[in-house]
Design a protein around this ligand. Structure first.
Ligand SMILES: [Fe+2]
Ligand SMILES: [Fe+2]
Length: 274
C-alpha cells in the first residue's frame, strides 16, 4: 500500500501568485506530472490542508482541475487554516464529511485512514474541540485491531521552533493522551509547517510534509520573523507492508539532473589500492 502525501498547495485565483512570489498552481500541476511519471504504484493521495490560499470558490475550482490530473487515484482531502469549510463543501463534489466537520474514515485499504478537521475558523492555530475528540475516540474504538494512519493539518507535537509551536495543534497533549489509548495508530501525518519534520505522538510517529508551494526557513531563533523560501517543493511517500509496517520517503516536485550510472572510472584512485 503506497500513499502519496502532499500538503499546503495554497492555490490562488488565476493570474495571482502566493505572496506575489510563488506560482502555486503551476507547482501543483508539476507535482501531478511528477506523480504520473513516478516509478511507484500509488494507491491513494492525501492532501493535508491549505488547499487554497484564501478559501475562495475559484481556488477550489482550480483544485478540481488538479484532482482531475491525479485521476484515477483516489484523493482524500482535509482543510487547513487557509481553507473555508463551506466553500470546500460547495465546490468539491463528493467531499466526505461528518457532522459539522470535514473529517471521515477510509476503510478501503489494509491500513485504516482517519482524516481529521483541526481548523478553528479565523485562527492560524488548530484545535480539536470536544465534539471532534469524541468522534475520534468513537471512530478509533470501533476498529481497535486495524492498523491506522491519522491525517490532520496542524502538527500535534512540539518542534522546538517557537514560530511553529505557537500555531500547532493547541491541545496536542490531550490528543496525544487519546492516541496513547489506541495502540493501533502508528502514523500521524500533517502539513502546516511547510518543512519535512518527524516527531513522536505517543506510540505513533508523526510526519510533517513539506509544502508543494513554498517552504518555511529552518531556525531555532525565536526572535526572528518567520519567512518562506524557495527550497525545492516536495511530497512524501508512506509505504506499508504487513511485514514492515510503514516506511516513509520524500520526493521532489521538480526534476534534477540524473540518474547517473554508479560506475568507477579507470582513473578512480581507489582502484590502485585494491
Ligand atoms: Fe500552509
Ligand atoms: Fe496551515
Amino acid at each position: 500500500m503506497n500513499i502519496l502525501h502532499l500538503s499546503d498547495l495554497h492555490l490562488c485565483p488565476e493570474g495571482m501568485k502566493a505572496y506575489g512570489v510563488v506560482d502555486s498552481h503551476a507547482l501543483a500541476q508539476r507535482a501531478c506530472e511528477t506523480i504520473a511519471q513516478l516509478a511507484v504504484r500509488a494507491d491513494a493521495v492525501i492532501i493535508t490542508g491549505d488547499l487554497a490560499d484564501c478559501g475562495f470558490a475559484e481556488e477550489y475550482q482550480r483544485l478540481n482541475g488538479i484532482l482531475a490530473r491525479l485521476a484515477p487515484l483516489p484523493v482524500f482531502l482535509i482543510p487547513g487554516n487557509h481553507d473555508r469549510r463551506e466553500e470546500m463543501l460547495a465546490q468539491l463534489p463528493g467531499l466526505r464529511h461528518s457532522e459539522d466537520f470535514i473529517q471521515y474514515s477510509v476503510e478501503d485499504f489494509p491500513v485504516r485512514l482517519v482524516l481529521l478537521d483541526s481548523v478553528v475558523a479565523g485562527e492560524t492555530h488548530g484545535e480539536l474541540c470536544p465534539a471532534r475528540l469524541a468522534w475520534l475516540e468513537r471512530t478509533l474504538a470501533a476498529e481497535p485491531e486495524r492498523e491506522t494512519m491519522i491525517a490532520l493539518h496542524h502538527p500535534p507535537f512540539l518542534t522546538g521552533v517557537k514560530q511553529f509551536d505557537d500555531i500547532n495543534l493547541r491541545n496536542h497533549a490531550e490528543f496525544r493522551a487519546l492516541i496513547a489509548r489506541h495502540k493501533q495508530v502508528t502514523r500521524i501525518i500533517s502539513g502546516h509547517h511547510h518543512r519535512m519534520i518527524v516527531g513522536n505522538v505517543a506510540q505513533a510517529i508523526g510526519f510533517v510534509a513539506p509544502s508543494i508551494a513554498y517552504q518555511f526557513m529552518l531556525t531555532h531563533d525565536a526572535d526572528i520573523e518567520m519567512g518562506f523560501n524557495l527550497e525545492p517543493s516536495a511530497f512524501l511517500l508512506h509505504s506499508w507492508t504487513p511485514e514492515q509496517g510503514f516506511v516513509t520517503q520524500s520526493a521532489f516536485v521538480e526534476p534534477f539532473p540524473g540518474p547517473f550510472p554508479i560506475l568507477l572510472g579507470e582513473d578512480y584512485p581507489g582502484r590502485a589500492v585494491s
